[in-house]
Write a protein that binds this ligand. Structure first.
Ligand SMILES: [Zn+2]
Length: 160
């Protein structure tokens, strides 16, 4: 192949390290062939499609300050949310009987991973609320071991 007719080949490879070597799709946003473009599309579609609402939870995120992912129990449900605000400010929007369980560092990306991780516990039609299943309690316990008890901060202490 002469340099003037150079056509870039797909930069993707198999997990075994075998290069793809198909010609690139010229409109692709990065150098991959049509097959690998579609693999990526299908993966994203399957991974981020919300089965209940049919709304795609698109993983592209704005750059911004790293926030905190918080776990709050209200009644028998647990909200997994994220904020870059101070927690006490954020919690003013929650019912006063809210009970902070745990926090972990992270923003929308970590929140999204947790929402997928506990998808089987999700309260129908409610993106951020989950039933308090045993694996969610295990996770909360693990976070408290790793990141401490967030309610030791009097501003977010639980009432009662
Ligand atoms: Zn390819």
């Amino acid at each position: 192949m002469s340099e003037s007719s150079y056509a870039p080949i797909c930069s993707a490879q198999s997990w075994d390290g075998d290069p793809c070597e198909q010609p690139c799709n010229e409109d692709a946003p990065y150098p991959v062939c049509e097959t690998h473009l579609m693999y990526g599309y299908r993966y994203v579609n399957q991974t981020f499609l919300d089965e209940e609402t049919g709304v795609r939870d698109w993983p592209v995120r704005e750059p911004g300050p790293v926030g905190v992912v918080y776990y709050v129990r209200v009644g028998d449900q647990v909200k997994i949310g994220t904020t870059t605000m101070a927690l006490d400010v954020r919690f003013q929007m929650l019912p006063p009987d809210r009970h902070l369980l745990a926090t972990e560092p992270g923003g929308r990306d970590v929140e999204r991973i947790r929402h997928l991780q506990f998808k089987h516990l999700r309260v129908v039609h409610n993106r951020e609320w989950f039933r308090a299943g045993p694996d969610l309690w295990d996770h909360v316990r693990d976070l408290r071991e790793r990141h401490g008890d967030p309610t030791s901060d009097p501003r977010v202490a639980n009432r009662g």
